[in-house]
Design a protein around this ligand. Structure first.
Ligand code: NAD
Ligand code: TDX
Length: 343
């Protein structure tokens, strides 16, 4: 199979590229990635000598490049995106360009080149927010609340339209919150681990009561692979983990694993429009794809904390340069107004 992966130098993308090359011996994989702040070739360094793997540095909005790369491909797995909610609140422009225009550029080229499969990696955030009860099914209405979520919902609707209008063989996956190795430390779990390792306070938005449905990235990649192999054209599959936890409880578990004191917890002003809770019903993926997550959050956190401990140099390089100015913009005023946790 000839497979084009977009965004393969990012967190989920790099884990997916490794998963795919392990899952199928007879694979020619091209990874198209623009290497934004979130893309890091270090994530795939061990593959440089693999003749089945090719990296192309480029933008999914570059129609001529995308058309050239699409020729002869059997399938696409589209992960490239601007992916961080807080950045979309600071400035949404790049989200519209990459997530919306970029997705249409890929769909157009895939249609011209008659690519037999197009897996679009979306997110639970397109559903918006839940109260304390219930779970989202694939039939739940889309009600995105952040510019990031809205751009992902827009992208999905273009993918849906490509199926209905042109009969393109697309499959959409909606994953819940991922964590694991190679996640950029702007996201909550690696940010908490990185700050705690450095003895720095960890910013917790609002009262820390928001709930997320966590899935280890290895389980998410297995679900995306199953959707590529067995997904029905035009179908949408939720890929949710088994564990739900509020952010304060999660942070306590991380600090305990690192042997750090809870005085590092800093309650800071909330994220505007902060979704309260996400939870996915993944029965359809279990039934039709034969997929289920294998790792509990406890086991996944053990492995993730161990990975960041063992990869301090990777983490320090990720926290260098542009990350520092982002961190200042995002957190300085919040941390000055924040309060330490009282045990
Ligand atoms: P990430 O930010 O770590 O990686 C994104 C990658 O896309 C980077 O390598 C970046 O260089 C690349 N990219 C960005 N703009 C590009 C462009 N214009 N052209 C080519 N490449 C470009 O993101 P992630 O967390 O790995 O998420 C991957 C995908 O999975 C995204 O589509 C995201 O919406 C989706 N998703 C993420 C989660 C999560 O919890 N992280 C959950 C569900 C779905
Ligand atoms: O400093 C922080 N403090 C904090 O309390 C950060 C960065 C986050 N949080 C909270 C906000 C959320 O309730 O932690 C929770 C997780 O936050 P993020 O890691 O930013 O993830 P989230 O906003 O839930 O979105 C993620 O899941 C869906 C990914 O970033 C998206 O790419 C994915 O689509």
């Amino acid at each position: 199979m000839r497979l084009l992966v977009t965004g393969g130098a990012g967190f989920i993308g790099s884990n997916f590229v490794r998963h795919a090359l392990r899952a199928q011996r007879d694979l020619e994989l091209t990874n198209l990635d623009a290497l934004t702040y979130a893309g890091n070739l270090e994530n795939l360094a061990e593959l440089e000598a693999d003749p089945r793997y090719r990296f192309v540095h480029g933008d999914i909005c570059d129609a001529a490049l995308v058309d050239r790369l699409m020729a002869g491909q059997d399938a696409v797995v589209h992960l490239a995106a601007e992916s961080h909610v807080d950045r979309s609140i600071l400035d949404a422009a790049a989200f519209i360009r990459t997530n919306v225009q970029g997705t249409q550029t890929l769909l157009d080229a895939a249609r011209r080149r008659q690519v037999a499969r197009f897996v679009h990696v979306s997110t639970d955030e397109v559903y918006g927010s839940l109260g304390a009860e219930g779970k989202f099914t694939e039939a739940s209405p889309l009600a995105p609340n952040s510019p990031y979520a809205a751009s992902k919902a827009a992208a999905e609707l273009l993918v849906r339209a490509a199926f209905h209008t042109h009969g393109q063989p697309v499959v959409i996956t909606r994953g819940s919150n991922n964590y694991g190795p190679y996640q950029f430390p702007e996201k909550f779990i690696p940010l908490a681990i990185a700050n705690a390792l450095a003895g720095q306070p960890v910013p917790l938005y609002g009262e820390g009561k928001n709930v997320r449905n966590w899935i280890h990235v290895a389980d998410h990649c297995a679900g995306i692979w199953a959707a590529l192999e067995r997904g029905r054209a035009g179908a949408v599959y939720n890929l949710g983990g088994d564990d739900e936890v509020d952010n304060l409880t999660l942070l306590r578990r991380i600090l305990a694993r690192l042997g750090r004191d809870e005085s590092l917890i800093r309650f800071v002003p909330d994220r505007p429009g902060h979704d309260f809770r996400y939870a996915l019903d993944s029965a359809l993926a279990r039934r039709e794809l034969g997929w289920r997550p294998a790792l509990s959050l406890d086991e996944g956190l053990d492995r993730t904390v161990a990975w960041y401990r063992a990869n301090g140099a990777w983490l320090e390089r990720a926290r260098d340069g542009a990350y520092r100015s982002y961190y200042e913009t995002q957190y300085r005023a919040r941390l000055e107004r924040g309060q330490e946790a009282r045990p």
